[in-house]
Design a protein around this ligand. Sequence first.
Ligand code: B3K
Ligand code: ZN
Length: 843
Amino acid sequence: PETIYLKDYTPFGYKIESVHLTFRLHPTATRVISKIAFAPNPEATDKRFFLHGEELSLISARINGETITPRPVEGGLEADVPEVPFVWEAEVEISPETNTALEGLYMSSGMYCTQCEAEGFRKITYYPDRPDVMATFTVRIEGDQPVMLSNGNPLTAGEGFVEWHDPWPKPSYLFALVAGNLVNHPDRFTTQSGRDVELNIWVRPGDEGKCAFGMQALKDAMAWDEKTYGREYDLDIFNIVAVDDFNMGAMENKGLNVFNSSCVLASKETSTDANFERIEGIIAHEYFHNWTGNRITCRDWFQLCLKEGLTVYRDQMFSGDMRSHAVKRIEEVLQLRARQFREDNGPLAHPVRPESFVEINNFYTATVYEKGAEIIGMLRRLVGDEAYRKGCDLYFERHDGQAVTIEDWLKAFEDVTGRDLAQFKQWYSQAGTPRLKMSEEWNDGTLTLTFAQSTPPTPGQSEKKPQVIPIAVGLIGPNGDEVVPTTVLEMTEAEQSFTFDGLGARPVASVLRDFSAPVILDRAMDDDTRAFLLAHDTDPFQKWEMGRMLTKDMLVAMIADDAAPAETALDAIKTVLTDENLDPAFRALVLGLPSEDDLAQTIFDAGQTPDPAKIHAARKSLRHTLAIHLSDVFPTLGRQLETPVFVPDADGSGKRALRHALLALETLLDGGKAARALFARADNMSDQGASLQALLAAGLGQDEIKAFEKQWENDRLVMDKWFMMQVSFAAPDKAASTALALTQHPDFTIKNPNRFRAVFGALAGNHAGFHAADGKAYQLLATHLIQLDKINPQTTARMSGAFETWKRYDADRQGMIRTELERILATPDLSRDTTEMVTRILS
Ligand code: B3K
Ligand code: ZN
């Protein structure tokens, strides 16, 4: 397969004035008739008229009304065209029903829907399917479906047809069409300038009762973007549709967002607190794309982080405002470390703005999204809140209606601040997680902090340059009072010192507050100092981080030499846990132990080979010790944390999170009594799911698993949880056989990405089970990836990332994984998506 390079970018030879599309819907023979007004692009030198097109049957093509015969070429067609404006017309036939890749126009539960980002529009009609070609679309849909939707505002409707017009120029990846038997949950929103907007969430009949929460999230997001960024909605209607078969979370098509039903449908009976939080965040994310992505889009796919990193940053700030910034930041860092650091420290490491790709869908990664968002956070910290807002305003004003680059984004901030952001820009081009080594010196009232930065080599990048690292620091005096509030040190050199003088007594430095940069801080610190900061730090992130370091070190010692858990650490955790002045959600996070995957990486980074079975055993043993150590506080705390009425807000979910964390520990001691009681009386999925998980984690719960299935057999989204939990909590020697047995269940299907992920995502996430010494889990996953690749390359490629950490492990495991990866690669007709991923993982 061909590799595409950023350096090869050239503009398309033609501009588009308008696009008219007619769809005659049919499950296996949909006709798409296009009429596109082209004009030569004066800024382009390459005048080749090439239109992308894949899996299309061309019926006819015309230029200025005259029938022509275009030349078929790899990935599309070419034609000879006039050097003046002309009209292109084509009719093609496509088959939505047999489109199992869920890209282009496909069918899900009897309903037509589309997914065009990144390059799906070329499976709908011949078109310059690249983000820098923007045009206004008018769409006519002919068919007998009760509801037929496209982008923009409704134009006309009649017997068997509807027409839509989108006045805002957009690239083809934002095109959408939905048609089916849908019902809506309607609402309205008035924008700050007085535009009255009709809002709808469209779902399958029966799901109407699960839309209210998503609708409120949408209205909150609309109001937030006006208040925080001055950005207003720009059409008369905003539609959201829930779809069961979807490769990712959701899609920001202009005026017609399409959602994986798991990311929009919510009810207290069927959704956990974590589901509610995620739904709120994703609805906001897709809505925010209307400005960061749609009105201003990417020049080419290498600039993906321009819209994704920025939009993730925006949704993170929104969620923080809606809930708690402290808790949200800790959750973000947990995610970043679990997904992005893992990626950045393995064979799939790539810059936030990659320089080449084979299949762009493989670059919708934690690095582009999450590290991309961290870069925006650092930029804001460096320029300050006011200049950040001014820079954004300038960016919106200057580039509205354009397809732009990271350079354009940064230029807006250079122009409002007068700063040179050249070195800062390296965050976009240099892959790998920087290591920041810190040492300190105390001399007569002066504290000197010295930092040395280095980034290990990553694929294709052996040499790394120093980056700009904002290090937020505060100082805590010996009596626990803060003597220097947060200040941001701006590190630009490979090694650099910063001094604080005029200090009375030697303070303790709180470093990298709020996780001010996505780096790995290496700092020698004893348990007492950590316990001190855990008790006194005013920065919630660092406070949590100290607890995390205490438990991590304790676990690493237990794994290495079967050491007993350290009393200082256990006591420090208990103190935080029982501190009623602290948010329960925060306390729950302090009680959470580092994951087995995290421990494996830590052990590997320290130069040792992680043993998954030992890691699992140590974590289990620490959980048991913690349970005993905390058992005297269970009754009182449990009572304080009751939430008689379920409200999925920060307060309610925080209390439940802590109560569930305690319940999981208690279940290790009481034979499942408390968990069974909660399971029996639960009136919401948070309680029901958490009690079932507590039982499963303790090796109990088989009766409850049966009851749960009986209760929820007709609810797909809840059944995904049922599949997932059993694999996630299976004992290491049972994980592969549990997954295999579940694939025989009548409700298992590899065609539905949510169901496939429920079983195999859970298998890959069960660290000790996935890495069980017999290699059965590796084999099982590889076998199913090979099957899925024929049906859905995108999800296959994504799931192959389960193997990305293979070089951490011993020679036996590496050998077994290599065998499986080579087996996948040897599959005849393996997709471009999976071929690229597996090749990179193996390299
Ligand atoms: N932009 C889409 C992701 C498209 C993924 C294509 N494989 C959703 C989002 O980030 O909002
Ligand atoms: Zn996005």
